[in-house]
Unconditional design. Structure first.
Length: 340
């Protein structure tokens, strides 16, 4: 059994379609070529050169190595891993169908395989850093295999997506076609996420969220540890705390994504506190049942997962307290963005 990384667009724009259609699509624009008619990767390479008028040989080789597997290397029973760009979770599925080319579906959905999604919304923080590093490959399609990743991920699945003890992993073995660049931004988020959850697990996460809101200019009230009457924090945009916007905040640091009832509870609590808006914070993200409600609650509720929290820390770092800066020491680094 092999495990294949698939990406649903640079910003996750195809993710919901992948999940709802129960398919993985090869989302190359205007690739109207039936891969069943292509006899070798070298032939595919030449087709791509002509099809897209590629000037760089390296680009054509890279594209061919990603396009070729969906029709020629993937097999029924192989697993697919789909890192979410919507939140910091990962989806897993099993390939159950042969490669299909259907031009009637329109670009970029010509190429697909049917998938049985068996585990959705698994928090990224469950996985060891080396596996997350592999999942950060700057590729649309590639096989995940280094450090015995296939066996380790399967063991996690059998252990309710927790890391079992005593799973060995092999030494790194480099093969030229599997050497890929890594999404540095995603790698940085993973490292900072690991640090934050170590320092702010449980009730301390409320302290971090309160500090972020204060840095954004809000006056806050934090409920004492224990009974919170459905709200962890209250925030107001007025200096004295009497004005608008008035926000109810619920903070969760459970190991699992939050489901719909927690969102419904917050909406009910907002009316009890005469709040204008609600902020639901879940370090481990949100299940698809919650994400589907986002359009309906757009003018009332905002959702923050670990990615949003880290982005807020970046945006407001200079205004955070010295205590928080000591717990999360960050330094701004500028570098050349030289992506192909």
């Amino acid at each position: 059994m092999s495990i294949w990384l698939f990406r649903a667009g640079k910003s996750g724009e195809y993710e919901n379609k992948f999940i709802s259609d129960k398919r993985i699509y090869l989302t190359w624009d205007d690739l109207n070529i039936d891969l069943n008619t292509v006899e070798s990767k070298q032939e595919l390479y030449k087709i791509l050169i002509n099809q897209y008028e590629l000037e760089k040989e390296k680009t054509a080789i890279n594209w061919a190595s990603q396009i070729w597997p969906i029709a020629n290397r993937m097999e029924k029973g192989d697993w697919v891993v789909l890192p979410s760009k919507i939140n910091r979770t990962i989806h897993f599925g099993e390939i159950i169908g042969d490669y299909v080319y259907d031009e009637s579906l329109g670009s970029p959905y010509y190429h697909y395989r049917n998938v049985r999604w068996f585990s959705l919304d698994i928090p990224r923080d469950r996985f060891d850093q080396d596996i997350l590093y592999s999942l950060g490959a700057f590729m649309t399609v590639c096989r995940i295999w280094k450090n015995n990743a296939e066996a380790r991920i399967k063991q996690m699945y059998e252990n309710d997506w927790n890391i079992p003890k005593g799973i060995p992993f092999n030494e790194l073995v480099d093969e030229s076609e599997d050497i890929v660049s890594v999404d540095l931004n995603e790698y940085i988020f993973d490292k900072i996420s690991e640090r934050i959850i170590q320092k702010f697990k449980g009730h301390k996460m409320e302290e971090l969220i309160e500090e972020i809101l204060k840095a954004k200019g809000f006056v806050t009230y934090r409920s004492p540890e224990g009974a919170d009457h459905g709200v962890d924090l209250l925030a107001s945009g007025d200096r004295m705390g009497f004005g608008s916007p008035k926000i109810c905040v619920q903070v969760k640091t459970t190991d699992n994504p939050i489901d719909r009832p927690t969102l419904d509870q917050l909406v009910g609590t907002m009316s009890n506190f005469n709040a204008d808006y609600g902020l639901l914070v879940s370090w481990s993200g949100f299940k698809t049942t919650v994400n589907k409600e986002v359009p309906k609650q757009f003018f009332k509720v905002r959702l923050w997962d670990s990615k949003n929290i880290i982005e807020e820390i970046f945006a407001n770092y200079e205004n955070l307290s010295d205590k928080i800066k000591a717990e999360i020491p960050l330094r701004r680094v500028w570098m050349l963005n030289d992506e192909d």
